[in-house]
Write a protein that binds this ligand. Structure first.
Ligand SMILES: [Ca+2]
Length: 119
């Protein structure tokens, strides 16, 4: 993990709460995960999660909180027991604090999504 990330958020970057596996804001994402996602490790409301999925005539549009310049990959699967996660399209680079992505193949039916921040 980059020391600059720790120095940005913690007064003492060698403190226990600044450790990569610590989760000082209690949002279940440890500091290393927040570093990868570009989220704030001291704010429990700042985390990588899908905020909305809207089905429309163009497909399903997902939106999530993002960090400008970070790259994300969307995955989907048809069910949680048997199907494998499959990448949907190419990675997208966030332009700002929120990113939307439309899965044009998802115009009907039920599926699950996840968004991964790429290192
Ligand atoms: Ca955290």
């Amino acid at each position: 993990m980059d020391d600059r990330f720790q120095r940005q958020y913690f007064p003492l970057f060698t403190a226990p709460e600044a450790a990569p596996d610590a989760d000082p804001d209690g949002d279940t994402f440890n500091n290393h995960s927040e570093y990868i996602a570009g989220t704030n490790p001291t704010n429990a409301l700042s985390l990588l999660k899908i905020d909305s999925v809207v089905l429309n005539t163009n497909g399903s549009t997902l939106a999530w909180e993002s960090a400008a310049g970070k790259r994300y990959q969307v995955f989907s699967r048809l069910d949680l027991d048997n199907a494998l996660w499959q990448a949907v399209g190419a990675p997208v680079t966030a332009a700002g604090a929120s990113t939307a992505f439309t899965d044009a193949s998802a115009t009907n039916g039920f599926r699950f999504y996840r968004v991964q921040a790429l290192p």
